[in-house]
Design a protein around this ligand. Structure first.
Ligand SMILES: NC(=O)c1ccc[n+]([C@@H]2O[C@H](COP(=O)([O-])OP(=O)(O)OC[C@H]3O[C@@H](n4cnc5c(N)ncnc54)[C@H](O)[C@@H]3O)[C@@H](O)[C@H]2O)c1
Length: 262
C-alpha cells in the first residue's frame, strides 16, 4: 500500500540530515528522486546512495529563496524525468542568533527559506501535478511550530508552514493534490548542533558535551525516551506520499516520540 514504485519525487535540502533520510526512504519505497539543494557535494553523495538502491537520481542546484534557480531546477527535473509526482519541502534553516540578539536579516532569512521557500517551490511544481492529474506535497515543519517559545523567528516560520499547509490543501484539493506537513521533534543533525551552539554556547562547545545536553532534552521531554531519526521522518513522508494516504490532506503529523500531543 505504501509503495512508490516509479513515482518521481523532488526533495529540497535532500543532501544531508533529515532531507537525506527522506530521500533514502522514498528510494527504498521505489521512487526516483531529484535532490534540490544548495550543498552540491552533499546532494551528490546522497544521489549515489539512491542509485545504489537501483533508482534514478538527479541533483539540481536549487536555492529555495531564489525564484530563478527554482525555475531552472524544476525545468531540469521535468526534462530528466518527464514529470513530478511528489514534492517534499524540507529545506530549512534555524536563526543564527538567540532571540535576544536576532536581527532583521536573520529574521528575514528564516522566513525566506522556511516559509516563502515552501510557497515558491509549490507554485513552481503545481503545474506539473495538474498535468499529471494530481500529486502529493509534504512540508517539513517542526514541533517548534506547534507552540511559540524560544527561537521566535524559527518557531513563527514553522507555525506559518503548518498554516500554509492547510491553505494549500484547501486550494489544491480540487486538483487532486494532497498537502500535509510533518513536524519532526528532536533529531541530532547539523541543524541541531548549530542550535545547541546558540543555546548553550561555549560551555558545551565539544560534541561529546553537546550530545549529553541533547540526550538530557530527550529524557526530560519525550515520553518514548528516545531520539527521533531522519529515517523516522522519511517513513512518515513515504506514508503521506502514498496512495494509503489518499484521503488525508491539510494535516500536520508529529514525529516526536510524544513530545507534543496535538
Ligand atoms: N534537526 C531537528 O531536530 C529538526 C526538528 C524539527 C524540524 N526540523 C526541520 O527539518 C528540516 C531539515 O532539518 P535538518 O535538521 O536536516 O537541517 P540541516 O541543516 O542538517 O539540513 C538542511 C538542508 O537544507 C539545505 N538548505 C538550506 N538552505 C537552503 C536553501 N536556501 N535552498 C535549498 N536548500 C537549502 C541545506 O544545504 C541542507 O542540505 C528543516 O526544515 C528543519 O527546520 C529539524
Amino acid at each position: 500500500m505504501f509503495s512508490l514504485t516509479d513515482r518521481v519525487a523532488v526533495v529540497t535540502g535532500g543532501g544531508r540530515g533529515i532531507g537525506r533520510g527522506i530521500v533514502l526512504a522514498l528510494a527504498d519505497a521505489g521512487a526516483h528522486v531529484a535532490i534540490a539543494d544548495i550543498d552540491l557535494p552533499a546532494a551528490e553523495a546522497t544521489a549515489k546512495e539512491v542509485e545504489a538502491r537501483g533508482r534514478r537520481a538527479l541533483v539540481a542546484r536549487v536555492d529555495v529563496t531564489d525564484d530563478e534557480s527554482i525555475r531552472a531546477g524544476i525545468a531540469a527535473v521535468r526534462e530528466a524525468f518527464e514529470g513530478i509526482d511528489i514534492l517534499v519541502n524540507n529545506a530549512g534553516v534555524v536563526q543564527d542568533h538567540s532571540d535576544a540578539q536576532v536581527d532583521a536579516d536573520d529574521f528575514d532569512h528564516c522566513f525566506r527559506v522556511n516559509l516563502r521557500g515552501i510557497w515558491a517551490m509549490t507554485s513552481a511544481v503545481v503545474p506539473c501535478f495538474q498535468e499529471r492529474g494530481g500529486g502529493k506535497i509534504v512540508n517539513i515543519a517542526s514541533i517548534a511550530g506547534r507552540r511559540g517559545g524560544a527561537l521566535a523567528p524559527y518557531s513563527a516560520s514553522k507555525a506559518g508552514a503548518i498554516s500554509l499547509t492547510q491553505s494549500q490543501a484547501t486550494a489544491l484539493g480540487r486538483d487532486n493534490i494532497n498537502v500535509n506537513a510533518v513536524c519532526p521533534g528532536l533529531l541530532w543533525t547539523p541543524m541541531w548542533e548549530k542550535l545547541e551552539g546558540i543555546f548553550v554556547g561555549d560551555t558545551h562547545s565539544d560534541t561529546v558535551s553537546r550530545r549529553k545536553v541533547f540526550d538530557s532534552y530527550i529524557q526530560a521531554s519525550c515520553p518514548l525516551r528516545r531520539e527521533q531519526t531522519p529515517e523516522d521522518v522519511g517513513q512518515a513522508v513515504v506514508f503521506l506520499a502514498s496512495d494509503g494516504a489518499k484521503n488525508i490532506t491539510g494535516q500536520a503529523l508529529n514525529v516526536d516520540g510524544g513530545i507534543q500531543m496535538n
